[in-house]
Design a protein around this ligand. Structure first.
Ligand SMILES: *Cc1c(COP(=O)(O)O)cnc(C)c1O
Length: 426
């Protein structure tokens, strides 16, 4: 019988043998000792699995990756130093100069910049499609050299919900995998692989860590994409890798392991974006309570969203748990137990009213972070986007009065009292 989410959160990834530490040990060592060079050589040649240098593999990180893999229902997984590294690796592992990728336009700003500016400079072309596009519109964005389709389960900060089944169907019809950034939903609220996604990425910095202690990322492979069936599209997986003695990843590791083994053996080897073993340990500690924290984030956010929607000083609220929300139906389908703790809203009176509101908050902290235990808030127009005029803000999809509220797991009465007080000050 497959274990439940809660049991996996607490126990998956690390099973000590008799006499070994009960808690996942922090293997804070760059290197591992062998009795003969021959034994080490086998590891270098990927003939045997084992540890020799922490840039390629570390027991603490591997255990945490295995826990996330179990939670997402994947076949292989890896940790990285940040969510940005995970987004980059997830695409660059199967696309190179001259290739093309289709991505949903409603994605994290950092990912949008990575794709549209930095990876474009590396010779990879991106086409961005609306999260609300039809099957025909999505299909029309594909080219013969398209290598992947990318989207976010719940977009940060647009809060659009991805129609994963539709995106997966179109990706597969064009012979490419669907990559889904599942940061905001977490595997507690949505498992994209079950809906047809092939690769799942995370910024573990957010709910998985949950306490805002460690920046980190992860990639999980669902193991369902048949690289050999599209061998001409993915030569990196289906033809010999001369930097690894002619290994053909798709042959050696099969559908379940080819993508992640290549990603570690080539990209991690060459770019070195590893988490420290200590950060992996902290991530594991956070994940041990993920299944307890997520429902509380969702209950609190739902209560706050309903309160805001009824308040006379509030102009609008976006949260897919509200029946009037444009993504309510998709939310009910893909996130029936709740979406996440993040919502956005605007107050009547625009930018100035929003600034007054922000000044009068006491419990909700003003930080450029989302999705941790503490309630926090950001008003882009007076902080991250303050150089922009109201017209420029609207053009890039950020209303001057937009505030992004990340509802924490404190007592909801205290969160409501804080918001109520700040609204009265307007
Ligand atoms: C924060 C975030 C990222 C980037 O992650 P970092 O860990 O900050 O590098 C990527 N995707 C989403 C959805 C995010 O929220």
């Amino acid at each position: 019988m497959e274990q439940g989410h809660g049991t996996k959160c607490v126990q998956a990834g690390y099973t000590p043998k008799t006499g070994e530490p009960r808690v996942l040990p922090i293997v804070q060592s760059t290197t591992f000792k062998y009795d003969t060079s021959e034994a080490m050589g086998k590891l270098f040649d990927l003939q045997e699995s084992g540890y020799f240098y922490t840039r390629l593999a570390n027991p603490t990180s591997d255990a945490v990756a295995a826990k996330l893999c179990a939670l997402e229902g994947g076949t292989a997984a890896m940790l990285l130093s940040s969510g940005q590294a995970a987004s980059f690796f997830s695409v660059f592992n199967i696309a190179s100069a001259g290739d093309h990728v289709v991505a949903c336009a409603a994605i994290y700003g950092g990912t949008f910049n990575l794709f549209s500016v930095t990876m474009k400079r590396m010779g990879i072309d991106f086409t961005f499609v609306s999260p609300d596009c039809t099957e025909e519109e999505l299909s029309a964005a594909f080219r013969p050299n398209t290598k992947a389709l990318f989207g976010e389960t719940i977009a940060n900060p647009a809060l659009a919900v991805l129609d994963i089944e539709l995106f997966a169907r179109v990706a597969h019809a064009h012979g490419v995998p669907l990559i889904v950034d599942n940061t905001f939903a977490t595997p507690i609220n949505c498992r994209p692989i079950e809906w047809g996604a092939d690769i799942v990425t995370h910024s573990t910095t957010k709910y998985l860590d949950g306490h805002a202690t460690s920046v980190g990322g992860a990639i999980v492979d669902g193991g369902h994409f048949d690289w050999m069936a599209h061998a001409d599209k993915f030569p990196g997986l289906t033809t010999p890798d001369e930097s690894y003695h002619g290994i053909v990843y798709a042959e050696k590791f099969g559908m379940g392991g080819a993508y992640i083994n290549k990603c570690v053996a080539q990209l991690m080897r060459d770019f070195g974006s590893i988490p420290s073993p200590f950060n992996a340990f902290l991530l594991n500690l956070g994940m041990e309570t993920l299944h307890v924290r997520m429902p509380q984030h969702c209950r609190n956010a739902q209560t706050v969203a309903e309160f805001l929607a009824k308040h006379p000083k509030v102009a609008w609220v976006r949260y897919c748990g509200l029946p009037g929300d444009p993504y309510y139906a998709l939310g009910q389908k893909y996130l029936p137990n709740g979406s996440c703790g993040v919502l956005s809203f605007g107050v009547k009176g625009g930018r100035a009213a929003a600034e007054t509101f922000m000044k009068n908050l006491k419990l909700a902290a003003i930080v450029t972070h989302v999705a941790d235990a503490r309630t926090c808030i950001l008003h882009p127009a007076s902080s991250t986007h303050r150089q922009m005029s109201d017209e420029e803000l609207i053009a890039c999809g950020v209303a001057p009065d937009l505030m992004r509220l990340s509802v924490g797991i404190e007592d909801v009465e205290d969160i409501l009292a804080d918001i109520r007080g700040a609204l009265e000050a307007i």
